[in-house]
Ligand binder design. Structure first.
Ligand SMILES: [Zn+2]
Length: 93
């Protein structure tokens, strides 16, 4: 345990840290620590930024407009229609 000699976390640990950062509601200091640890591995850092981007987009979308029930129904209907037509297409000889 060398002082100041921080070991890079394994990718498995990094995954846990990532989840803690995103869902664990860490303090600012802890969040900083986690970001620092993740930045040691480019791959894990990529996961983090991608995840943050996606969540940011989702939050933006859902925060701005509450999907109206009509739209929801329309989406469900169009999804159902697509499934039905695909099924019919497959049944055709
Ligand atoms: Zn990694």
């Amino acid at each position: 345990m060398g002082a100041g000699d921080q070991q890079n976390p394994s990718c498995h640990e990094a995954r846990e840290l990532l989840l803690e950062l995103l869902d664990g509601n860490p303090t600012a200091a802890r969040a900083n620590e986690i970001r620092h640890a993740l930045s040691a591995c480019p791959e894990c850092w990529g996961h983090l930024t991608a995840e943050l981007e996606v969540r940011g987009l989702v939050r933006e979308c859902c925060g701005q407009v509450h999907a109206p029930e009509q739209l929801r129904q329309r989406i469900i209907t169009s999804l159902t229609t697509t499934t039905v037509s695909v099924t019919r297409y497959r049944i055709q000889p």
